[in-house]
Every structure is written in C-alpha cells, then in structure tokens.
Design a protein around this ligand. Structure first.
Ligand code: ACO
Length: 327
C-alpha cells in the first residue's frame, strides 16, 4: 500500500493571562499605535510563574488526540518544536510523553525556532512514508515570555506564549501532507539569538546582569530576510506539489508581523480573505504560532474536507519552510 500522511486532529492551549499593548505602555516606552501599526499585535498570552512549555504542550496534545479520536498509547512518535524547553535535559517531548501516557512512542525535540512546526510536519511525512511510524504527534510549544527582556521595547512587545499540536496518521487514501520544504542559513545565526544558557556561555552572574540570557534581535535585518524567506518557501512548495495558488483554500503563515504576512501573500497572489491572521491576539509564539492558528481555523470551520492549506514559516537560525496539507 502506498502510504500517505494525513492530519486528522488538532489542538491548542494558551495561558489564561493576557497582556495588552496598554499594559506594555506602563512597562516600557511604547505605544499601542506603534505596536499595532508596525506589527499588528494587540494582545499576547503570557504564562504564569509556574507554567512551562510542557504544560501547554500537554494540553494541546490531549486536545489534538481527542479531536482525532486517537488514544495516547497509539502514538508512536512525538516531534516537539521549541526554543524554550522546560529544561536543557530531558527533552520537553519526554515530559509530554509522560504527561499524556504515550507509552509506545519515540520522542524528540527539534530546535528550528518559528519553523519548528513545519519542520515537524516534514519529518512526520517522511517517517510515515518510510514506514517508520504510523501515528505522530507534531507539537509546537513556547514560553518566550521567560526569555524576553521585559525592559527591551525592541523585543518585549513582539512575543507571546502558547502551544499547538496536530495528529498525523498513515492512510492509504491519497492526500494529507502533499509536500514540504525546509531550508536554513546558519550564517545569519546572530540576527536572532539568546547568547547565554548553553555551552558557549553558561548562565552565570554576568549573563544575569548584562541581559545575555534574553532574546537579542536585529529587527530590521530579520524583517528583510523574513520577507525573502517566506516568499521563497511559499513559492517552492507550490511548485514542488504542482498546486497553484488559486487552489489554496487557506494560507496559515507564521504570525510574526502583519506586514511580513501581507507581503508573502501578495507575492504568491493569495487574496487577504484566504490568509489566516490571529497575530492581534497572540503575538509571535514562534513554533506554536502555526499550530495554534491551524487549530483555530479547524474549529472555526475555516477548513473543510478537501481544502488545501498552505503553511509557511521563518525563524531564528535562520530557518524557513513550508507545507501544503489537503484535509
Ligand atoms: N515602541 C515604540 N518605538 C519602538 C519600539 C516600541 N516597542 N521598538 C522600537 N521602536 C523604535 C526604534 O527604537 C526606532 O526608533 P529610532 O528611529 O528613534 O531609532 C523606531 O521605532 C523604528 O524602529 P525600526 O526597527 O526601524 O522599526 P521597524 O519598522 O523595522 O519595525 C519591528 C520593528 C516590528 C521589530 C520589525 O523590524 C520586525 O517585525 N522585524 C521582524 C521581527 C521578527 O519577525 N522577529 C521574529 C523572528 S521569528 C523567531 O524565530 C522568534
């Protein structure tokens, strides 16, 4: 039997606490008008002190399993994209496995920043087609609020926390993940980085004092590269699959900046009504942004059986990638 990888269920979870732009006005020198006009963000959800990526990932995974009508014991692989793991060791995927009781699964974290979920879909498709797995949970989960410098207005207004998940399962029926594309360019690593906390610069008194444990970003350079990478990723997966942009029922882009989203859609001639945008509510949740949006779109009736959905992402690294899924 030829094997196809179908997305059969989705889930998401975001923290209850909401931080609005006017809350931020009281914390740093910024304005609601600046944030909305430059980014499209109005609010973001922020984890509580005792909430970590695995907590949200667990809830998202359980929601996805429920919507797919799949039991945790049936999952044979968990792929979790995050740059904010609960701890350096073990992987956050191990913690989720334990929490949901996926006792028959192999698990791994992948670090591809905001591209984590589309990288995960690409791996899931390959693992299913090569008969190495049948039922896979692909998760994106981030607690960026814990690595953001809340005194740096250049970054703190941009990010939020949350998790999203999808169940990908083998089927003999054509369709599902039709094609994927993954790229990276490590020469741009220092445009978006957290300098401290790894083996190069372990956390110490200095890094606690000088901000090296927080996200540092060259915003305008990231912006320029993101516009190019998103456009390339979208065009490339369309040509690899032979799907025309007219056939795309919905585009779900990584939610980093409304202007980047609009320019990507423009470049591949997808009209605004076919572009899913929720950046105003969540900000940039990195690897969680596409699966949160996908889950909202599924539950909100924006995706119908037979629809072809284009997902496209870029992130720190630099990484970028895309996927087209037929539902
Ligand atoms: N409030 C008010 N003013 C601000 C703020 C703020 N929060 N932040 C920056 N400014 C100021 C700057 O200091 C600058 O002032 P100056 O001209 O006096 O120096 C001015 O606003 C303009 O700043 P720019 O950086 O030129 O503004 P730009 O239009 O480029 O927008 C932004 C900045 C939103 C960060 C944009 O560059 C961007 O979205 N970049 C991409 C970021 C991104 O997507 N990052 C995530 C990558 S994905 C991942 O892997 C996590």
């Amino acid at each position: 039997m030829k094997r196809f990888a179908h997305v059969i269920g989705t889930g998401a979870s975001v923290p209850a606490r909401v931080l609005t732009n006017s809350d931020l006005e009281k914390m740093v020198d910024t304005e609601d008008e600046w944030i909305v006009s430059r980014t499209g963000i109005k609010r973001r959800h922020i984890a509580s002190d005792n909430e970590a990526s695995s907590d949200m990932a667990t809830k998202a995974a359980l929601n996805a399993l429920e919507s797919a009508n799949v039991k945790a014991e049936q999952v044979d692989l968990i792929i979790l994209g995050t740059v904010t793991p609960d701890r350096p060791l073990p992987s956050t995927a191990c913690l989720v496995q334990n929490n949901i009781g996926a006792v028959n699964a192999a698990v791994m974290d992948i670090v591809a920043a905001c591209s984590g979920f589309v990288y995960g879909l690409a791996l899931a498709k390959a693992m299913i087609e090569s008969e190495q797995a049948d039922t896979i949970l692909v998760i994106g989960a981030e607690t960026l609020s814990k690595i953001v410098n809340w005194k740096d207005r250049n970054t703190c207004v941009l990010f939020g926390d949350g998790a999203g998940a999808a169940v990908v399962r083998v089927s003999g029926k054509p369709g599902g993940i039709l094609g994927t594309y993954m790229r990276s360019n490590g020469s741009l690593w220092n445009l978006l980085t957290v300098p401290a906390g790894g083996s190069r610069m372990p956390i110490d008194f200095n890094s606690m004092q000088n901000g090296a444990r927080y996200i540092q970003m060259a915003g305008p350079d990231v912006y320029k590269n993101a516009v190019m990478a998103m456009g390339e990723a979208a065009s490339e997966v369309l040509s690899r699959t032979g799907v025309s942009s007219k056939e795309i029922a919905l585009m779900i882009p990584h939610q980093a900046n409304i202007r980047i989203i609009e320019s990507t859609a423009n470049r591949i001639k997808i009209p605004p009504e076919k572009v899913y945008v929720n950046i105003h509510e969540y900000g940039n949740t990195s690897a969680a942004s596409i699966p949160i949006a996908l889950d909202e779109a599924m539950r909100g009736g924006r995706i119908k059986p037979g629809d072809k959905v284009l997902m496209v992402a870029f992130g720190g690294g630099f990484t970028w990638g895309s996927a087209i899924v037929e539902f």
